[in-house]
Design a protein around this ligand. Structure first.
Ligand SMILES: Cc1ncc(COP(=O)(O)O)c(C=O)c1O
Length: 421
């Protein structure tokens, strides 16, 4: 390593320790990520230390188009030279265009868009809109669900570890086991404003909704006068093999949340889409009832417009299906060879989870993978599960390389465990 690089890495890590988060600094170093990212292109990240890594975290759904897709970068640069942020007094063409394009591809019935800057903000808006539209206070969410860490989103996030320190949270939230329709039937009452679900639980450990689950959830909501919110912050924008995962079984939610991949891996953006009935209730008498200063800024919307064009023109959902099949087949072959280490491989499109037999084993595998030049991460609400969410532009050869690295990593962990016995 160049002496300059060594100095840079040491300085950045010390600044993380001294000014950002000492515990996180230790955790990242322990997990094998004691380097500093320098630049990235496509699926490859280059560090200050001069190493190159295949990005199989994909920003947890942010980098669906890979890093620095030229069309998105060009659109953002053009906008930067004209007007990056909005006056919010005049109409803005980029915001209007992205809303129109999103609605044209969104599930039927979704007619209006509210733009924000992150997934949690998109969820906050969804929760507020559901309360106003129904006049009811309650929500039903799923155990293991992840919807963000702001106070409202946290209240519907199904992991006590992140909730308890901040209680009391928003009251009236009931959690049910994911994929359990009987439990959902029992939980939705005349006090329920909305049921909020992810079509594939991401942070909960990559759990795919069973066929029929989401449509039955929609039916239960309609019968009881509650709304269905689908949170596609992570599953959206082509990741699961459809533009939106709910298309898999033709479910049309009342409210849909998007973020992460919508900005094309270049800009942060969040979006909450809903039906005319919801919009009328929220903005009908007060068009300023919910607002965001930076939400819908032209820079982010220019990125969103280019992102939608790329996803549709390059047919990235179909690529996600093909590469996802290839990845899961390869990972399952390793699972069959090492059942004491890998319990299950599951997923949809390129949203893939590898469940290890213990969370410490998952940590060791992630660490080994980094050594072989592939970055992966465990899921926040289920540390036994390693997620693999590479950009949808990942090549066949890159998937093969990651599978080889995974096999070598699991072999390495198996050898280590055998030595300890
Ligand atoms: C399904 C889902 N909803 C909401 C969020 C929160 O998004 P953000 O971290 O941008 O606030 C996430 C983040 O991982 C997510 O996966």
């Amino acid at each position: 390593m160049e002496p300059d690089a060594e100095t840079t890495i040491a300085r950045v890590i010390a600044q993380y320790r001294d000014f950002l988060n000492p515990g996180l600094t230790r955790l990242m170093q322990f997990a094998g990520f004691g380097d500093v990212e320098a630049c990235a292109e496509g699926c490859v990240i280059t560090t200050e230390g001069g190493r190159q890594y295949l990005d199989f975290v994909g920003g947890f759904g942010v980098f669906n188009l890979g890093h620095r897709h030229p069309r998105v970068v060009a659109a953002v640069k053009r906008q930067l030279d004209r007007m990056p942020l909005s006056t919010r007094t005049f109409f803005n063409a980029q915001q209007a265009e992205l809303a129109a394009r999103l609605v044209s591809v969104a599930p039927e019935g979704l007619q209006y868009v509210f733009f924000s800057n992150s997934g949690a903000e998109a969820v906050e808006a969804a929760l507020k809109f559901a309360r106003v539209a129904t006049g009811r206070p309650g929500f039903v969410s799923a155990q293991g669900a992840y919807h963000g860490k702001t106070l409202g989103a946290l209240a519907v996030t199904g992991r006590e570890k992140y909730r308890t320190p901040f209680e009391p949270l928003m009251p009236g939230v009931t959690f049910v086991p994911f994929n359990d329709l009987d439990a959902l039937q029992r939980a939705v009452t005349e006090q329920t404003a909305a049921v909020i679900l992810e079509p594939v639980q991401g942070e909960g450990g990559i759990h795919v909704a069973r066929p029929g689950y989401l449509s039955a959830a929609g039916r239960i909501c309609r019968e009881r006068g509650a709304l269905l919110i689908l949170d596609e912050v992570q599953t959206g924008m082509g990741r699961t093999g459809r533009l939106f995962a709910c298309e898999q079984e033709g479910v049309c939610p009342d409210i849909l949340t998007l973020a992460k991949g919508l900005g094309g891996g270049v800009m942060p953006i969040g979006a909450t889409l809903a039906t005319p009935a919801v919009w009328e209730a929220v903005f009908g008498t007060n068009p300023l009832l919910h607002t965001s200063t930076f939400g819908g800024n032209p820079l982010a919307c220019a990125a969103g417009i280019a992102t939608l064009e790329v996803i549709l023109e390059e047919d990235l959902p179909a690529k996600a299906n093909r590469r996802g099949e290839q990845l899961m087949t390869g990972l399952r072959a390793v699972q069959e060879a090492y059942p004491a280490i890998v319990k299950e491989v599951r997923g949809l499109g390129l949203m893939v989870g590898v469940e290890c037999t213990h969370e410490d084993i998952a940590g060791l595998v992630v660490n080994q993978l980094a050594g072989y030049g592939v970055i992966a991460a465990y899921t926040l609400n289920n540390p036994c599960v390693i997620r693999m969410e590479p950009p949808l532009v990942v090549t066949e050869e890159q998937i093969d390389a990651a599978i080889r690295a995974f096999r070598a990593s699991v072999e390495g962990v198996a050898t280590l465990l055998a030595e300890l016995e």
